[in-house]
Design a protein around this ligand. Sequence first.
Ligand code: ATP
Ligand code: MG
Length: 440
Amino acid sequence: MRLSRYFMPILKENPKEAEIVSHRLMLRAGMIRQQSQGIYSWLPLGKRVLDKVNAIIRDEQNRAGAIELSMPTLQSAELWQESGRYDAYGKEMLRIKDRQDRPMLYGPTNEEMVTDIFRSSVKSYKDLPLNLYHIQLKFRDEIRPRFGTMRSREFMMKDAYSFDLTREGAEHSYNKMFAAYLRTFDRLGLRAIPMRADTGPIGGKLSHEFIILADTGESEVFCHKDFVDFDIPGEHTDFDSVEGLQAIFDKWTSLYAATSEMHDEAAFNAVPEGDRLSARGIEVGHIFYFGTKYSEPMGAKVQGPDGKEHFVHMGSYGIGPTRLVPAIIEASHDDNGIIWPASVAPFDIVVINMKAGDQACDDTCELIYAALTRAGKDVLYDDTDDRAGTKFATADLIGVPVQIIAGPRAVANGEVEVKDRKTGARETMTIEAAINRFVA
Ligand code: ATP
Ligand code: MG
């Protein structure tokens, strides 16, 4: 991508409305734009990051055996009347009428709809277990939308829904998502700790929130500090092994960890003082097992091996991609801007032409840009005629992991500089060596 032809509206000034660093940096880097309160457009740079986050989420959902579909954002009120949540949900639900005066709503979550899909076609235990997910926009009319896309009214959610014949089966399905979440957040460069959580309006029996420790987090959390160094399940984890996944769950729930709603002062005080971590955190995921809470009122049942009908045991599993992007920034930035983990960086490499219009600089940059692009890298080429200082500031601000800098003096020697955004380390090398380093 040539920066001269891209759309990346950088802000020079610090936006006054931004209270936390991630919101400030997302606005300054031209990643998002507020359209109305708590409703955002994702501009091209932000969209690239969001897509990479979603690709990792999708990959790990698929690995764990979940199956992707897509459900609509607008839902009919009827389904919610069946479950009893149409009245229970309150003002967070945006209620709409269509031209026939039929009550509709913009979905805040999809338990009812997915249960309806399930009951219309699954009739036998032989079709279980089943886990269906989608990555879709939600709307919740939050009282206090704030911090940019961290808490917005329209936001994206990956929501998965599991169906099992028995409670034991449902617990295995829960453990699959539990392990998938540990892997997902790790691949996003984050350390998320599962904490016992309140089940809230989704309702239910077993529930964990996945929390990232951050000073700007809205949740107050209490946990054992050893969680910070626990091992993440590897990529060869067998998601069909009941014992294997139970062992992962048991290990990750063996020490104290709870959000303030579930906090037990006495149990926390039993943790040796030096091991206690009381901090603030950002909720990036939330999983629930809620048994037959929706299957009973909505009549979602299957025939079991005993020939009888059984209401299915369900769970739901949410991750917020549009909250994860600012959460990653909260965890990874410095005074100059964002520092993306390579897995979600909008571009892998930025090539900076320090003197656009200078034949040798232009030729060198074109050569590098073409070679890296051909090798499958996402490359941003700063071919604009801005001052070098402005280009360096922009490259640091948008946080691309590697900068290849071509200035007239180095280029005259057949060399460029390679800068690591995270460490700031710079290395001079031949043009060929710079290309080879990333083409390997
Ligand atoms: P919170 O407690 O932060 O209001 P919640 O518990 O109501 O969130 P869930 O129903 O558990 O949210 O939704 C699953 C995930 O969706 C959350 O873990 C979070 O990552 C994301 N999410 C929920 N509400 C928002 C929001 N208003 N803006 C952005 N992401 C959100
Ligand atoms: Mg929650």
